[in-house]
Ligand binder design. Structure first.
Ligand SMILES: [Zn+2]
Length: 204
């Protein structure tokens, strides 16, 4: 019960923050190529939450982790933000990384399909898959980080929001314990893959 109540508290925080950021009328563009970052923590926090390309992939990491069970359920949501920070560092250093937008959309497609098809993988392989995709999510913003009013708090906000999205995925993913819930989670994976496809082919 401790676990459930702690999780419920996290989700409550997420919902409140999401409501606040939406209420503030923060308008975030999904494209990563135009303009720079002007804000700090709020700007970093709201970007992944209001950008569907990030939301679906980050929720998918939690979902797949919950599907794979312990210890993946906790390790994947730690691997993703860590490698994402590494990807941001690559962006700051100007190290060329190809097809960043396709990599972000592709992460939703691949992770969504893995969940839809209920594909299990050894932990090391799952960590590599999640880690490779995390590079793109971090890189997309590392390149523009130097223009941020406060790059450090922007990064903190971004990682914090990412963690909350992972937790949202884990919470939903816990439904796999029940047969009907398992179908729901797999359907969720299918929806995530569709959103990824839409981004990949420029429908959104
Ligand atoms: Zn973004």
């Amino acid at each position: 019960m401790h676990f459930i109540s702690r999780l419920a508290a996290y989700i409550l925080v997420l919902v409140v923050c999401l409501g606040l950021s939406l209420g503030l009328g923060v308008d975030m563009a999904f494209a990563h190529s135009e303009g720079g970052i002007t804000g700090g923590f709020i700007s970093g926090f709201t970007h992944p939450i209001l950008g569907w390309d990030h939301v679906v992939a980050m929720v998918a990491v939690g979902l797949w982790g919950a599907f794979l069970g312990v210890p993946a359920i906790w390790i994947l949501p730690i691997v993703f933000p860590m490698i994402m920070a590494l990807g941001a560092a690559l962006g700051i250093l100007g190290v060329p990384v190809p097809a960043v937008e396709a990599g972000i959309a592709g992460s939703a497609v691949v992770l969504g399909l893995l969940i839809l098809l209920a594909i299990r993988s050894p932990l090391w392989l799952a960590a590599i898959i999640v880690g490779v995709f995390a590079i793109f999510h971090g890189y997309a913003h590392g390149t523009e980080l130097p223009t941020a009013a406060n790059p450090f708090t922007y990064g903190i906000g971004f990682v914090f929001a990412t963690g909350l999205l992972h937790l949202l995925g884990i919470a939903f993913g816990l439904l796999v314990r029940w047969p009907l819930g398992s179908h729901l989670v797999r359907a969720g994976g299918g929806a995530i893959a569709l959103v990824g496809f839409a981004f990949l082919f420029g429908f959104v």
